[in-house]
Design a protein around this ligand. Sequence first.
Ligand SMILES: [Zn+2]
Ligand SMILES: [Zn+2]
Ligand SMILES: [Zn+2]
Length: 178
Amino acid sequence: MKKKSIKTGYLEKVKPIQNRVWTDKEKAIIYTLRESKVPSPEIAQKLKCNITQVYNITRLMRSGAKHKCFCCGRKLTAIEMLQKNFVKACNKCKKAFKKYKKERRLEAIEKGICCYCNKRKATPGYVSCPKCVSATHRRRVAEGLCGQCGERPPHKDGATLCEICLRKNEARIKLKRG
Ligand SMILES: [Zn+2]
Ligand SMILES: [Zn+2]
Ligand SMILES: [Zn+2]
């Protein structure tokens, strides 16, 4: 009988979650476990992800902990270090991402494909596909922000939208009903 490696043995048992949205808390768990020398297949099993994701997140978190830009590896300035995210980037790289994202978004809108995944067709009248709408929504709610605009905190405990978005939606429904 062929002996199974840890990797294939693990892959049989765990089905990684598709289109995963990682919260800061999960990233922190992976990083701390890795830093305390827990084997990555074990972590992957625990968090239902694949080993590559464990490696990637650890690498990004490590550069953030060393106050380095995750993209170019440059040491961050005192102001750049103030950013809340665990994974930090320098202002130059951030600007480049922003420009790239904006270009990609405009191109996707023009072609009528989802501007988040750049794969599936966008819902007519919207800029995203049904799958990405819910993924973005879930991520924002997990981060304690309004699922619709991602700018303000939810209206009250248990709500997923902020007061302004709730009012906007109400007005839109009223308009539709006439
Ligand atoms: Zn950089
Ligand atoms: Zn999409
Ligand atoms: Zn909102």
